[in-house]
Design a protein around this ligand. Structure first.
Ligand SMILES: [Fe+2]
Ligand SMILES: [Fe+2]
Length: 211
């Protein structure tokens, strides 16, 4: 029987994407790995199978893989047309096309497409939490808290700010059950262990080899 250790493939892919996203988009180092780690913890808490967990982590690693569309949306289109929030739809659509070529568990379907939806329906495509696949909601959650708070450098002050942010966004950015899931799935110790030195080991220890 052939055993394929998906961790090695994802480690290489996420390292390349994180480096390019850092240089091109100004993302913090290892951003996609931290998003993927938070997703893995929450997926495990939901008793996802190994295949589901791998699909979720793969989508999380690749959530902003549509680099050229992202760059265009963020830096060019916004300058040319208007000064409001960036239109996330092109990089969501292109990212979904990227991930769809990888054979993954069906839980991956539309996970990248809808990673900028907000629970109240005011996100990129106007989907409410009830209309958004769970994998997309988890990626959105991990993405937003890492972008807002840079989880690689946790402090007690930041911890309090995250708590206030979550309270303010129940049913706004995030569904109440996603916030509750994060609280029970990710311990304080784990939240303080997302720095660049620890994130690789932490993330890839979550995945079992696929057969
Ligand atoms: Fe995005
Ligand atoms: Fe992101």
């Amino acid at each position: 029987m052939i055993t394929f250790d998906i961790s090695h493939m994802l480690a290489a892919l996420s390292s390349v994407l994180d480096m390019v996203e850092k240089d091109l988009l100004g993302a913090t180092s290892n951003h996609s790995k931290r998003v993927a780690y938070l997703c893995a913890k929450m997926g495990k808490s939901l008793s996802f199978s190994d295949e589901q967990l791998t699909a979720l982590v793969c989508c999380a690693v690749m959530h902003d893989s549509a680099l050229t569309e992202y760059l265009y949306d963020e830096q060019l289109r916004a300058d040319i047309k208007y000064s409001g929030p960036m239109d996330c739809r092109p990089h969501c659509l292109a990212g979904e096309r990227n991930i769809s070529v990888i054979p993954l568990d069906p839980i991956a379907k539309n996970a990248v497409l809808y990673h900028h939806e907000e629970a109240n329906g005011r996100g990129a495509f106007g989907k409410t939490a009830a209309e958004t696949p769970i994998a997309a909601q988890l990626i959105h959650f991990g993405d937003q808290i890492d972008v807002q708070f840079v989880l690689s450098e946790m402090t007690e002050e930041k911890e309090a700010e995250i708590e206030a942010y979550l309270k303010n966004n129940v049913g706004v950015l995030f569904a109440p059950d996603v916030i509750a899931l994060f609280r029970r799935a990710v311990t304080k110790e784990e939240l303080y262990a997302l720095d660049d030195e620890q994130i690789n080991g932490r993330l890839f220890s979550q995945l079992n080899p696929l057969r």
